[in-house]
Design a protein around this ligand. Structure first.
Ligand SMILES: O=P(O)(O)OC[C@H]1O[C@H](O[C@H]2O[C@H](CO)[C@@H](O)[C@H](O)[C@H]2O)[C@H](O)[C@@H](O)[C@@H]1O
Length: 265
Protein backbone atom coordinates (compact mmCIF):
# COMPACT_ATOMS: atom_id res chain seq x y z
CA UNK A 1 0.00 0.00 0.00
CA UNK A 2 1.49 3.41 -1.00
CA UNK A 3 1.75 6.51 1.18
CA UNK A 4 -1.05 8.27 -0.73
CA UNK A 5 -3.30 5.30 -0.14
CA UNK A 6 -2.58 5.32 3.60
CA UNK A 7 -3.26 9.07 3.84
CA UNK A 8 -6.46 8.69 1.82
CA UNK A 9 -7.68 5.88 4.10
CA UNK A 10 -7.08 7.98 7.20
CA UNK A 11 -8.78 11.00 5.62
CA UNK A 12 -11.72 8.84 4.52
CA UNK A 13 -12.16 7.45 8.03
CA UNK A 14 -12.34 11.01 9.36
CA UNK A 15 -14.80 12.11 6.70
CA UNK A 16 -17.13 9.22 7.62
CA UNK A 17 -17.84 11.05 10.88
CA UNK A 18 -20.75 13.40 10.12
CA UNK A 19 -21.26 16.26 9.65
CA UNK A 20 -17.84 16.55 8.01
CA UNK A 21 -15.88 19.11 6.03
CA UNK A 22 -13.17 18.93 3.39
CA UNK A 23 -11.42 22.32 3.40
CA UNK A 24 -8.57 23.47 1.24
CA UNK A 25 -6.35 26.33 0.33
CA UNK A 26 -6.28 27.22 -3.40
CA UNK A 27 -2.87 28.34 -4.79
CA UNK A 28 -0.19 25.69 -4.55
CA UNK A 29 -2.73 23.12 -3.34
CA UNK A 30 -5.58 22.91 -5.87
CA UNK A 31 -3.83 25.07 -8.46
CA UNK A 32 -0.19 24.79 -9.58
CA UNK A 33 2.07 27.72 -8.81
CA UNK A 34 2.48 29.75 -12.00
CA UNK A 35 4.53 32.92 -12.72
CA UNK A 36 1.62 35.32 -12.51
CA UNK A 37 -1.36 35.40 -10.11
CA UNK A 38 -3.73 35.80 -13.02
CA UNK A 39 -2.60 32.64 -14.81
CA UNK A 40 -3.66 30.33 -11.98
CA UNK A 41 -6.36 27.76 -12.66
CA UNK A 42 -7.73 24.86 -10.68
CA UNK A 43 -6.25 21.52 -11.71
CA UNK A 44 -9.01 20.06 -13.93
CA UNK A 45 -8.92 16.58 -12.34
CA UNK A 46 -9.21 18.17 -8.87
CA UNK A 47 -12.22 20.21 -9.98
CA UNK A 48 -13.89 16.98 -11.21
CA UNK A 49 -13.28 15.21 -7.90
CA UNK A 50 -14.57 18.17 -5.86
CA UNK A 51 -17.66 18.32 -8.03
CA UNK A 52 -18.35 14.63 -7.57
CA UNK A 53 -17.74 14.80 -3.80
CA UNK A 54 -20.28 17.62 -3.39
CA UNK A 55 -23.28 15.95 -1.81
CA UNK A 56 -21.16 13.17 -0.30
CA UNK A 57 -19.27 15.49 2.05
CA UNK A 58 -21.36 17.93 4.11
CA UNK A 59 -19.16 20.98 3.48
CA UNK A 60 -16.46 21.49 0.89
CA UNK A 61 -14.75 24.83 1.45
CA UNK A 62 -11.97 26.77 -0.22
CA UNK A 63 -10.15 29.02 2.26
CA UNK A 64 -7.83 31.35 0.39
CA UNK A 65 -5.87 34.59 0.41
CA UNK A 66 -7.50 35.49 -2.92
CA UNK A 67 -10.67 37.52 -3.14
CA UNK A 68 -13.96 35.61 -3.33
CA UNK A 69 -14.79 36.93 -6.82
CA UNK A 70 -11.44 35.80 -8.10
CA UNK A 71 -11.41 32.33 -6.58
CA UNK A 72 -15.06 31.58 -7.44
CA UNK A 73 -14.30 32.39 -11.06
CA UNK A 74 -11.27 30.10 -11.04
CA UNK A 75 -13.06 27.14 -9.38
CA UNK A 76 -16.52 27.56 -10.90
CA UNK A 77 -18.43 25.25 -8.54
CA UNK A 78 -21.48 26.75 -6.81
CA UNK A 79 -21.96 23.97 -4.24
CA UNK A 80 -18.82 24.98 -2.32
CA UNK A 81 -18.25 27.45 0.50
CA UNK A 82 -15.67 30.11 -0.39
CA UNK A 83 -13.75 32.01 2.29
CA UNK A 84 -11.56 34.76 0.84
CA UNK A 85 -9.01 37.37 1.84
CA UNK A 86 -7.71 35.08 4.61
CA UNK A 87 -11.09 34.98 6.35
CA UNK A 88 -12.37 38.53 5.87
CA UNK A 89 -15.13 37.54 3.45
CA UNK A 90 -17.21 34.47 2.62
CA UNK A 91 -19.70 33.15 0.10
CA UNK A 92 -22.00 30.40 1.28
CA UNK A 93 -25.30 29.18 -0.22
CA UNK A 94 -25.17 32.09 -2.67
CA UNK A 95 -24.90 34.68 0.09
CA UNK A 96 -21.88 36.98 0.30
CA UNK A 97 -20.75 38.27 3.71
CA UNK A 98 -17.87 40.53 4.59
CA UNK A 99 -16.34 41.52 7.91
CA UNK A 100 -17.78 45.04 8.32
CA UNK A 101 -14.58 46.31 9.97
CA UNK A 102 -12.60 45.27 6.90
CA UNK A 103 -14.70 47.52 4.67
CA UNK A 104 -13.31 50.62 6.37
CA UNK A 105 -9.88 49.72 4.97
CA UNK A 106 -10.87 49.40 1.31
CA UNK A 107 -10.11 53.00 0.20
CA UNK A 108 -6.78 53.07 2.01
CA UNK A 109 -5.70 49.71 0.59
CA UNK A 110 -6.66 50.83 -2.92
CA UNK A 111 -4.61 54.01 -2.53
CA UNK A 112 -1.58 52.08 -1.29
CA UNK A 113 -1.88 49.61 -4.19
CA UNK A 114 -1.86 52.49 -6.69
CA UNK A 115 1.12 54.05 -4.95
CA UNK A 116 3.04 50.75 -4.99
CA UNK A 117 2.21 50.04 -8.62
CA UNK A 118 3.74 53.37 -9.67
CA UNK A 119 6.69 53.02 -7.31
CA UNK A 120 7.57 49.49 -8.50
CA UNK A 121 6.90 49.96 -12.15
CA UNK A 122 8.85 46.85 -13.23
CA UNK A 123 6.44 44.44 -14.95
CA UNK A 124 8.12 41.67 -12.92
CA UNK A 125 6.66 43.07 -9.70
CA UNK A 126 2.92 42.52 -9.69
CA UNK A 127 0.58 44.37 -7.35
CA UNK A 128 -2.66 42.42 -6.90
CA UNK A 129 -5.45 44.48 -5.39
CA UNK A 130 -8.04 42.29 -3.68
CA UNK A 131 -10.26 45.07 -2.28
CA UNK A 132 -9.83 44.02 1.38
CA UNK A 133 -6.08 43.35 1.10
CA UNK A 134 -3.27 43.53 -1.43
CA UNK A 135 -0.45 41.27 -2.55
CA UNK A 136 2.89 42.28 -4.00
CA UNK A 137 4.33 39.45 -6.08
CA UNK A 138 8.00 39.10 -7.01
CA UNK A 139 8.11 35.58 -8.53
CA UNK A 140 8.88 36.93 -11.99
CA UNK A 141 11.90 39.01 -10.96
CA UNK A 142 15.44 37.90 -11.88
CA UNK A 143 16.60 37.90 -8.27
CA UNK A 144 13.59 37.20 -6.02
CA UNK A 145 15.61 37.12 -2.78
CA UNK A 146 17.08 40.59 -3.40
CA UNK A 147 13.77 42.04 -4.61
CA UNK A 148 12.01 40.63 -1.54
CA UNK A 149 14.41 42.60 0.69
CA UNK A 150 13.82 45.79 -1.34
CA UNK A 151 10.08 45.31 -1.12
CA UNK A 152 10.22 44.66 2.60
CA UNK A 153 12.22 47.86 2.98
CA UNK A 154 9.35 49.75 1.37
CA UNK A 155 6.39 47.81 2.71
CA UNK A 156 7.33 47.52 6.37
CA UNK A 157 7.26 51.30 6.99
CA UNK A 158 4.06 51.58 4.95
CA UNK A 159 2.43 48.86 7.02
CA UNK A 160 3.49 50.61 10.21
CA UNK A 161 2.31 54.01 9.02
CA UNK A 162 -1.13 52.71 8.05
CA UNK A 163 -1.41 50.13 10.87
CA UNK A 164 -1.72 47.30 8.35
CA UNK A 165 -0.62 43.70 8.93
CA UNK A 166 2.26 42.55 6.75
CA UNK A 167 2.34 38.83 6.03
CA UNK A 168 4.51 36.75 3.71
CA UNK A 169 3.83 33.80 1.47
CA UNK A 170 5.28 32.06 -1.56
CA UNK A 171 7.16 34.91 -3.32
CA UNK A 172 4.53 37.34 -2.16
CA UNK A 173 4.18 39.99 0.55
CA UNK A 174 0.68 40.93 1.61
CA UNK A 175 -0.81 43.91 3.41
CA UNK A 176 -3.99 43.14 5.35
CA UNK A 177 -6.25 45.16 7.65
CA UNK A 178 -5.31 44.97 11.35
CA UNK A 179 -8.19 42.63 12.11
CA UNK A 180 -7.71 39.46 14.07
CA UNK A 181 -8.87 37.11 11.31
CA UNK A 182 -6.92 34.39 9.58
CA UNK A 183 -7.51 30.97 8.02
CA UNK A 184 -7.58 29.45 11.52
CA UNK A 185 -10.33 31.72 12.87
CA UNK A 186 -12.23 31.33 9.58
CA UNK A 187 -12.07 27.55 9.85
CA UNK A 188 -13.17 27.64 13.51
CA UNK A 189 -16.18 29.80 12.52
CA UNK A 190 -17.10 27.40 9.74
CA UNK A 191 -16.88 24.41 12.11
CA UNK A 192 -19.09 26.22 14.62
CA UNK A 193 -21.65 27.50 12.09
CA UNK A 194 -22.08 24.16 10.34
CA UNK A 195 -21.73 21.99 13.46
CA UNK A 196 -18.88 20.00 11.89
CA UNK A 197 -17.54 17.02 13.83
CA UNK A 198 -14.75 16.10 11.44
CA UNK A 199 -12.49 18.13 9.15
CA UNK A 200 -9.71 17.39 6.67
CA UNK A 201 -7.70 20.47 5.66
CA UNK A 202 -5.12 20.83 2.88
CA UNK A 203 -2.61 23.64 2.43
CA UNK A 204 0.87 24.51 1.22
CA UNK A 205 1.93 27.80 2.78
CA UNK A 206 2.45 29.85 5.97
CA UNK A 207 -1.08 31.19 6.17
CA UNK A 208 -2.35 27.59 6.11
CA UNK A 209 -0.42 26.85 9.29
CA UNK A 210 -3.02 28.95 11.20
CA UNK A 211 -5.75 26.58 10.00
CA UNK A 212 -3.68 23.51 10.84
CA UNK A 213 -2.90 24.80 14.33
CA UNK A 214 -6.57 25.60 14.91
CA UNK A 215 -7.53 22.04 13.91
CA UNK A 216 -4.85 20.60 16.18
CA UNK A 217 -6.15 22.57 19.16
CA UNK A 218 -9.81 21.67 18.50
CA UNK A 219 -8.79 18.02 18.16
CA UNK A 220 -6.75 18.15 21.38
CA UNK A 221 -9.81 19.59 23.15
CA UNK A 222 -11.84 16.61 21.89
CA UNK A 223 -14.12 18.86 19.81
CA UNK A 224 -13.50 17.29 16.40
CA UNK A 225 -11.79 14.57 14.43
CA UNK A 226 -9.27 16.26 12.20
CA UNK A 227 -6.40 15.78 9.82
CA UNK A 228 -4.10 18.40 8.25
CA UNK A 229 -2.40 17.53 5.00
CA UNK A 230 0.54 19.70 3.91
CA UNK A 231 1.68 20.06 0.32
CA UNK A 232 5.40 19.53 -0.03
CA UNK A 233 7.38 21.84 -2.36
CA UNK A 234 10.77 23.56 -2.52
CA UNK A 235 9.05 26.61 -1.04
CA UNK A 236 7.16 24.86 1.77
CA UNK A 237 7.86 26.65 5.08
CA UNK A 238 9.31 24.51 7.86
CA UNK A 239 6.36 25.29 10.19
CA UNK A 240 3.96 23.71 7.66
CA UNK A 241 6.04 20.54 7.49
CA UNK A 242 6.14 20.43 11.31
CA UNK A 243 2.46 21.00 11.96
CA UNK A 244 0.90 18.92 9.14
CA UNK A 245 -0.26 15.41 10.07
CA UNK A 246 0.74 14.13 6.64
CA UNK A 247 2.46 15.44 3.52
CA UNK A 248 1.84 14.91 -0.18
CA UNK A 249 4.07 16.00 -3.06
CA UNK A 250 2.80 19.03 -4.93
CA UNK A 251 -0.55 19.61 -6.58
CA UNK A 252 -0.14 16.22 -8.32
CA UNK A 253 -0.02 14.59 -4.88
CA UNK A 254 -3.22 16.42 -3.90
CA UNK A 255 -4.91 15.27 -7.13
CA UNK A 256 -3.89 11.65 -6.51
CA UNK A 257 -5.03 11.83 -2.88
CA UNK A 258 -8.44 13.29 -3.73
CA UNK A 259 -8.96 10.68 -6.45
CA UNK A 260 -8.22 7.92 -3.89
CA UNK A 261 -10.57 9.59 -1.46
CA UNK A 262 -13.36 9.68 -4.04
CA UNK A 263 -13.02 5.92 -4.52
CA UNK A 264 -13.03 5.24 -0.77
CA UNK A 265 -16.05 7.36 0.16
O1 LIG B 1 -4.32 31.09 0.30
P1 LIG B 1 -3.99 30.73 -1.11
O2 LIG B 1 -5.15 30.21 -1.88
O3 LIG B 1 -2.78 29.84 -1.22
O4 LIG B 1 -3.55 32.12 -1.76
C1 LIG B 1 -2.29 32.70 -1.40
C2 LIG B 1 -1.89 33.68 -2.46
O5 LIG B 1 -1.89 32.93 -3.69
C3 LIG B 1 -1.67 33.62 -4.91
O6 LIG B 1 -0.29 33.84 -5.06
C4 LIG B 1 0.44 32.62 -5.17
O7 LIG B 1 0.08 31.97 -6.40
C5 LIG B 1 0.48 32.64 -7.61
C6 LIG B 1 -0.07 31.84 -8.80
O8 LIG B 1 0.44 30.53 -8.80
C7 LIG B 1 2.00 32.77 -7.64
O9 LIG B 1 2.42 33.44 -8.82
C8 LIG B 1 2.47 33.53 -6.39
O10 LIG B 1 3.89 33.55 -6.34
C9 LIG B 1 1.94 32.86 -5.12
O11 LIG B 1 2.24 33.62 -3.96
C10 LIG B 1 -2.54 34.85 -5.00
O12 LIG B 1 -2.17 35.62 -6.12
C11 LIG B 1 -2.56 35.69 -3.74
O13 LIG B 1 -3.56 36.68 -3.84
C12 LIG B 1 -2.92 34.79 -2.56
O14 LIG B 1 -2.95 35.52 -1.35
Amino acid sequence: MGVIDLIARRAASILRVRPCGLCSDFDGTLSRIVPSANQARIEPSIRDVLESLTGQIDVIAIITGRSIDDVRRRVGLDGLVYIGNHGLERWEHGVYQVDPDALDWVPRIQKIAEELASRFSSPAVEVELKALSLSVHFRRTDDPAAVEQQLLGALEPLAKQHRLRLTRGRMVIELRPPIDRNKGTALADLIERRGLRAVVFLGDDRTDVDAMQMLASLRAAGRIEAMSIGVRSDEAPSELVEVADALVDGVEGVAALLEHLRRLL
